[in-house]
Structure formats: C-alpha cells, structure tokens
Design a binder for this molecule. Structure first.
Ligand SMILES: [Zn+2]
Length: 164
C-alpha cells in the first residue's frame, strides 16, 4: 500500500487510452506559457489547446525567472515556440501576502523557523508583468520574431486580459 495508490490507479486508466505515444515533444501550437502554480489555472484549457500544444512553465506567481528564461530559450530554438504568454492571475497569494506573512504561515505549519526561506512576492502585479515581458523581449537569445504578451488571468471568470 502506498499513499499514491489512487493516483497510480488513475494513471493505469490514463495509459489505457494514451494517445501521445511517440509524440515528438515540440509545442504543436507554437505556444509557451509562463504561469502560476495555482490549481485554479488550467493553462491548456484556458487557451483552447490540447496536450502537446504548448510548453508550460509554472512557478509561484508566474514569474519570468532565470529558469523560465532557460525554458523559453529552449522552447523557441528547439521546440517550435513562436508565441509566449506570461500569465499571472487575480487573487494570487504571491501578490496578496508579504514575504513575512508567508514566512509566518510556513512557520506555523512547520513548527520551525522559516525566516530564512525567501518567497518571490509581488508588490504590483501589473508593473511586475511589464518587467517580466520586457525580460523576455530583451533576452539576447530570443529573436524579435517571437511574439510576447503579458496577460492577467481572472480566476473568477476564466478570462484573460492583455496588459503588456
Ligand atoms: Zn498564484
């Protein structure tokens, strides 16, 4: 018995109708999405894409970190990405809490000091989104032919708002 038995059972069902065997792994819709880890976000569904359509990079807040840029450079040059969407969202914990509030929550949950753990909180989501889009646009290995947009995802309506 494993704590993962339910998920492994679901995986066996998934594999019975698995259709991506031999798939090449490129982004078939030419799309890459950088978005938050938030479970309210369905990155493929919100764009009308199917599995295989897009490269997805997620982190707390949907920020364009060094590792996100690494993923986008690979996506553009090796995996057929032509359009990049940076997608933070409304009611994101990374934008509604301070770093100290998050440290306090983790400290209370873990019963340990969490003051050393950094959290990439966002003071102004729109300003951060514009900075993040600019980071992608100005990256020397991402050509000007790649379209880059910044969008706020509303977790209550499912709508994207183009902001950058
Ligand atoms: Zn979030």
């Amino acid at each position: 018995m494993s704590e993962f038995d339910d998920l492994l059972a679901a995986n066996r069902q998934f594999a019975e109708s698995f259709a991506l065997s031999g798939f090449d792994g490129v982004a078939h819709a030419g799309v890459a999405v950088v978005t938050c880890m938030d479970s309210r976000i369905d990155p493929l569904g919100m764009l009308g894409l199917e599995p295989g359509g897009a490269k997805i990079f997620r982190n707390p807040g949907g920020r364009v970190t060094q590792q996100a840029l690494e993923a986008l450079v690979l996506g553009v040059h090796i995996l057929a990405v032509r359009r990049v969407l940076v997608v933070p969202h409304t009611r994101c914990a990374m934008a509604t809490a301070t770093q100290n509030e998050l440290r306090d929550l983790v400290a209370a949950s873990s019963g340990q000091d969490a003051s050393w753990q950094s959290f990439g909180v966002v003071a102004d989501q729109e300003a951060s989104l514009r900075e993040d889009v600019a980071k992608v646009l100005s990256h020397p290995l991402i050509p000007a032919t790649v379209q880059v947009g910044g969008f706020m995802y509303d977790v209550d309506t499912g709508l994207l708002d183009e902001l950058a």
